[in-house]
Each structure stands twice: as structure tokens, then as C-alpha cells.
Design a protein around this ligand. Structure first.
Ligand SMILES: [Zn+2]
Length: 124
């Protein structure tokens, strides 16, 4: 295995901390079907807007807790039904996400990612 770059390392740390924050902050059943989770392991961290957009990959506004089944439904056919459902149920968050300019290509530097990580760490 090749050694991980600093960017890969911080990306992994951010994935882990945001997943934890999203799962803990919601403390709700699946937000689509209301299935009750017995353990946090059953909860999926779902990206509303694809994680391929760096600007929103670790955004809490862009995170949603769903059960596995609903996550698959949400992502199906490029969010064909998932996005309209989210827009209807989380109108304000949808607007914030649409205004975030996420489609602009942006390469966030490692230092900024480290700062983001520290901020999230203080929230736990
Ligand atoms: Zn569900």
C-alpha cells in the first residue's frame, strides 16, 4: 500500500468526524421512513448533494441520516426522487445548498481542511 498523502489523511479524518457528528446530532429515526435505529452502526450518513463536490463533502447542512434502504432510494437515478423529497421536507437547507456554488471547481487546501477538522472536533 502506498503511503497516504496529507490530503488523503485529513480527508479520512474529516469523513470519520462528520459521520459521527451527523449520526449523533440527528439522534432520530431514519428521516425518510422513521425506522428506529438500535445502534449507530445501522445509520447511514447520506450526502444530499454528491460528495464528489468538495465544497459540500463535509458540510453538516449536506448530511442526512437515513437507513440503508432509504439511502439507496435517495441516491437512485441521480437522486431523481430523493432531491424533490428533500426539497419538499427540508426547504431551507435545500436553498442553502443550492446557493453554495458547489458546482464551481474548488480545491480546498490541506490547512483549511485541518482547521475545519479542529472546529468539528470541538463540537463533539
Ligand atoms: Zn428509512
Amino acid at each position: 500500500m502506498p503511503k497516504k498523502t496529507p490530503r488523503q489523511k485529513i480527508s479520512l479524518k474529516l469523513d470519520n468526524i462528520v459521520r459521527t457528528l451527523i449520526k449523533k446530532s440527528d439522534k432520530k429515526p431514519c428521516q425518510k421512513c422513521n425506522k428506529i435505529f438500535k445502534t449507530l452502526r445501522e445509520v447511514d450518513w447520506c450526502h444530499v448533494i454528491s460528495r464528489k463536490y468538495a465544497r459540500l463533502r463535509w458540510s453538516l447542512t449536506n448530511g442526512l441520516t437515513l437507513c440503508r434502504k432509504c439511502h439507496i432510494w435517495f441516491d437512485a437515478d441521480n437522486n431523481k426522487e430523493g432531491h424533490p423529497w428533500f426539497e419538499k421536507n427540508f426547504k431551507n437547507r435545500w436553498i442553502v445548498l443550492q446557493r453554495s456554488g458547489y458546482k464551481e471547481i474548488c480545491k480546498i487546501d490541506v490547512w483549511t481542511l485541518e482547521e475545519k477538522y479542529k472546529r468539528y472536533k470541538s463540537m463533539i
